[in-house]
Ligand binder design. Structure first.
Ligand code: SF4
Ligand code: SF4
Ligand code: SF4
Ligand code: FES
Length: 951
């Protein structure tokens, strides 16, 4: 448990290797060169009054409260903007300074409402604190005359208020938006008395470019910018550090609580992934956790056309276990399986795969990473030897060239995007390869050097032509390759990519990217200094997803951009625990730690620990489960935290498979799309209600801490344990730390990981073992995990999903900042104010040809199905390409995506679907049926028979 008010040392930490010693109030202090006098004093325990300074922001020197005397210096310098010097003699407190500070405070207070007792900041207002600190007893100027006390409030943002009457115009909010967030939405307008904070061109927060990250709210020393939840609930009384349950950045937060009531989430400045920053989801979108839609009682039914019956936990678990046993007895051991989720903790995921392998006795376990980053696991393992990204996020601050491929960091990974933008504003060069003009291409003070606007589905052709330039223009890092890589594989790859058929000129017709642009980008990547690749689902969700990941690894090895800070190959994981769910053995062919089930030594290890024989044949992947279900061979499924009916491709195929099963058990917070096909519903717990760990995109394992009791009575790991025990495979953990102990004992890369160690270090990046007891921020430093790096030939094979006269456009998909994945959480928050429906982006030329105007209903027809979305006409997409997000089930984005998938991993080809778009006047037939089915299911839920639960 942490105190609510954290110490703020006033200005950022400096890391200069030169140390400077000075004297402050007679105390000798030694700090790194570049440190401010204010921070040096604070580190020595001497607190200098301040208002415009905070350690999250560069010093500004506007409030003049932090003045000090420095021997030999003229006047009274501001301690926040004055760097230390050797031998400096500083005095921070005497009567002269006290008088000046009181004078400054008098001016502030004379134009400030005196409503401290009813102010939401009461108790943590820096202005109030400073009035006390300088000993202010009277305000000689009175409170009459011109003032700002009637300045209007801006309540437009759903999560925070802006009460201008309380503003002291310290600029902390403006600087937070500039420096931390990089959106530059705020300015100080006017001069002198008229100066005021204004979003954008003096519009409301909601109408401005503001992305509601909360950095300005956090920075504000007064109640001017205040969380509405704080105003509603009052000051918190205790806090606990936990990890955001949304994206793969894995931001650390202090959950501030009053008893069981969450007051607010405050980004943790000690958080090693986020350094005190946040985005609108982790900071504010928590309403789902207490939403009335949450189901808190277990339910069962014998068919999906029957109303649910609320039952006791014992009955629900016994029923589910009996059903799985009945199905296995009737249809065989392999007729059941389980699906876990990247939204679960490591410990939960580990238990689900253990239940399947040991309790069901087969390897039919898979995870939603199947449909996102499975090609990353495969491609990086094959080339570098480890299925994970190579760097920590901070590494980007050493990059000179940042190459973003098929990722949209400002929407998908916003806090890391802010860090990346900071580096770009410092001068790093940017290359973006994306069919669509993502925000990063042109954003305040940032302009991509190259935007390679390729046709969807031609990634491998592009990477081969980039490689062709690097090889044929002698831009290879020969010494790196000679020392670190398998030379025969390199020679084979070199000769492959040298072939003129891979030249940018030859590939231009395929990729649509001008050859000169490709050549320039390749030269910049190879010769621009430290070059780091960041990629996302625009790389993996293709029929050649694994090939492209290998192509990226080839490029990084060939240019020596691996094994140190500032470089690397960095998959940006979509969901919070994609890395962890893969690490924990939730793929059907691998035990935890990516060890194949066919390896007898590994199997013997797990058999010894779990006390049961284990199968040596890989089990069914998710798409194979669907096929087997439709063939009548797969009849029972346990799904924890995943919504396959919305997130997997070809929805009609998925729902038909679910309908063909005899027992679908869904463990979740809500009656999600999959649960509408379920026979048993086990109410799950939100991340606020359980202990465990998440592993972010940097391989960073962070603690999830229980801040409130599970609303349904059990945390998810306990539910899996109950089910396993009922199946006859005993589990007896009393805390998730014991599950992590077991993981560590069985997984070489996790040997040194424990809850205790994470608590000591804050977080740990695996591998963490005897060789790396504090974890591994940068991988492959002296050699690759597999020894020598392996180049692999990456032949471009065009997708089978071809455009033709019937389907002339390519649909590609992506995500948006305010919504998350299937939207089950964020749709139940105020975030929908920013994105209340999925829309189809279409180029003005394509729209005009079809007579489609902004906001018209556009019918989208693919070989798999049809849906209807409203059109947004934009030049963000190129002619021939249309784009949509997939956060709303009724959008049916996956009704139109096809069954095509990555050749190696079956990751669906979400990013390329040939479609026709026409103007229509009503929803599609599928949408009509979806609405009917959903209404029926919701009424079956409302009419749940509670008699058993009331007994
Ligand atoms: S919430 Fe974030 S984006 Fe919006 S104004 Fe504040 S700092 Fe800027
Ligand atoms: S809103 Fe807060 S942070 Fe911004 S200038 Fe006013 S007092 Fe300072
Ligand atoms: S960037 Fe990701 S992890 Fe961080 S607060 Fe936002 S959603 Fe959460
Ligand atoms: S804190 Fe130094 S001038 Fe404001």
């Amino acid at each position: 448990m942490r105190s609510i008010v954290e110490q703020d040392l006033g200005t950022p930490r400096r890391s200069d290797s030169v140390a400077v010693t000075l004297s402050i109030d007679g105390r000798e202090v030694t700090v790194p060169a570049g440190t401010s006098v204010m921070r040096a004093a604070a580190e020595a325990g001497i607190s200098i009054p301040k208002l415009c300074a905070t350690e999250q922001l560069e010093p500004f020197g506007s409030c003049r409260l932090c003045l000090v005397e420095i021997q030999g210096a003229r006047g009274l310098p501001a301690s926040c903007t004055t760097p230390v010097a050797p031998g400096m003699q500083v005095c921070t407190q005497n009567e002269r300074l006290a008088q000046v500070r009181r004078g400054v405070m008098e001016l502030y207070i004379s134009d400030h409402p005196l409503d401290c007792l009813t102010c939401p900041a009461n108790g943590h207002c820096e202005l109030q604190d400073m009035a006390g600190a300088v000993g202010l007893r009277e305000v000689r100027y009175g409170y009459e005359g011109a003032n700002h006390l009637d300045a209007p409030k801006d309540e437009s943002n759903p999560y925070f208020t802006f009460d201008a009457s309380k503003c002291i115009v310290c600029s902390r909010c403006v600087r937070a938006c500039d420096e931390q967030q990089g959106t530059l939405a705020l300015t100080i307008q006017g001069r002198g008395f008229d100066s005021k904070v204004a979003p954008s061109q003096n519009v409301s927060f909601m109408d401005s470019e503001c992305v509601s990250c909360g950095a300005c709210v956090q920075a504000c020393p007064t109640a001017t910018l205040s969380e509405k939840s704080l105003i509603q609930h009052g000051q918190a009384e205790h806090s606990l550090v936990t990890t955001c349950a949304y994206c793969g950045v894995g931001c650390s937060f202090r959950a501030e609580m009053r008893g069981e009531q969450l007051v607010r989430m405050v980004p943790n400045k000690d958080g090693q992934a986020n350094h005190g920053h946040s985005c609108v989801k982790g900071r504010f979108a928590l309403g789902y956790a207490t939403h009335p839609d949450r189901i808190l009682k277990p339910m069962i039914r014998s068919s999906i056309s029957e109303p649910w019956r609320e039952v006791s936990w014992e009955q629900a678990i016994a029923h589910a276990a009996a059903e799985f046993k009945r199905i296995q007895a009737k249809y065989g051991k392999h007729s059941v399986g389980g699906i876990t989720s990247s939204r679960c903790t490591n410990e939960e995921t580990y238990l689900v795969q253990k239940l399947v392998r040991a309790g069901f006795g087969n390897n039919n376990v898979d995870t939603c990473a199947r449909v996102c980053h499975s090609p990353t696991g495969y491609g990086l393992k094959q080339t570098l030897g480890e299925s994970a990204g190579t760097q920590n996020f901070d590494s980007v601050m050493q990059a000179d060239v940042i190459f973003v491929i098929g990722a949209n960091p400002t929407d998908g990974h916003p806090v890391f995007a802010s860090q990346m933008k900071r580096r770009l504003r410092q001068g790093a060069r940017l290359i973006v390869a994306d069919p669509r003009r993502i925000d990063l291409v042109r954003t305040p003070h940032i302009q991509a050097a190259h935007h390679l606007k390729l046709r969807p589905g031609t990634n491998v052709a592009l990477i081969n032509s980039l490689a062709h330039v690097i090889v044929t223009e002698a831009l290879i890092d020969e010494s790196f390759v000679a020392a670190r890589c398998e030379l025969p594989s390199f020679e084979k790859w070199r000769s492959f990519v040298s072939d003129p058929r891979h030249s940018p000129e030859a590939m231009q017709a395929v990729t649509g990217v001008p050859a000169a642009e490709v050549r320039a980008a390749a030269r910049l990547y190879a010769t621009g200094g430290n070059a780091a690749i960041y990629y996302g689902l625009g790389v993996t969700e293709h029929s050649q997803g694994s090939t492209m990941v290998m192509g990226i690894a080839n490029l990084a090895m060939a240019t020596g951009n691996l094994g140190r800070e500032g470089v690397g190959v960095n998959p940006l994981r979509g969901q919070n625990n994609v890395q962890g769910s893969c690490d924990m053995g939730s793929f059907p062919h691998e035990f935890p730690g990516y060890r194949h089930v066919s390896d007898p030594a590994v199997r013997a290890l797990f058999e010894g620990a779990w006390g049961v024989p284990l199968e040596g044949e890989p089990g069914l992947r998710i798409p194979n489960m669907f096929e087997a279900a439709l063939d009548g061979e797969f009849k029972g499924l346990y799904i924890e935290g995943e919504d396959i009916a919305q997130s997997d491709p070809n929805t009609q195929h998925v729902t038909a498979a679910l309908e063909a099963m005899e027992c679908v058990v869904v463990q979740d917070l809500f009656l999600n799309e999959s649960a509408k096909f379920a026979h048993v519903f086990l109410p799950g717990s939100s991340f606020l209600e359980k202990d465990g760990t998440f592993t972010n995109a940097e391989r960073r394992i962070s603690r999830v801490r229980q801040v409130m009791r599970p609303k349904s009575g059990y945390a998810d790991w306990q539910i899996t344990q109950l089910l396993s025990n009922a199946l006859g495979f005993p589990m007896n953990y009393s805390h998730p730390s014991q599950i992590m102990e077991e993981i560590a004992s069985l997984t070489p890369t996790f040997t040194g990981v424990s809850f205790e160690r994470i608590d000591q270090l804050g977080s740990i990046q695996w591998p963490c073992n005897d060789t790396a007891p504090a974890g591994t921020p940068t991988m492959h430093i002296d050699s690759f995990v597999r020894g020598k790096g392996r180049f692999l030939v990456t032949e471009y094979v065009p997708t089978q999903e071809k455009v033709n006269s019937r389907f002339p456009l390519i649909l590609t998909t992506g995500r948006i900042l305010s919504q998350y994945n299937v939207g089950a959480q964020t749709r139940r928050t105020e975030n929908s104010r920013w994105h209340e429906e999925d829309r189809l982006e279409i180029h003005p030329h394509d729209a005009e040809q079809r007579g489609i105007a902004e906001g018209d209903w556009a019918g989208i027809q693919s070989r798999a199905g049809q849906t209807v979305l409203r059109a947004r006409i934009t030049e963000r997409v190129q002619p021939g390409v249309v784009y949509t997000t997939f956060h709303f089930p009724e959008s049916g984005a996956n009704v139109i995506t096809t069954d095509n998938s990555d050749w190696a991993t079956n990751c669906p080809e979400y990013k390329v679907t040939a479609v026709q778009v026409t103007r229509v006047s009503q929803p599609s037939e599928w949408q009509r049926r979806f609405r009917e089915f959903s209404d029926t299911q919701e009424s079956l839920l409302k009419n749940a028979d509670v008699f058993l639960a009331q007994k």
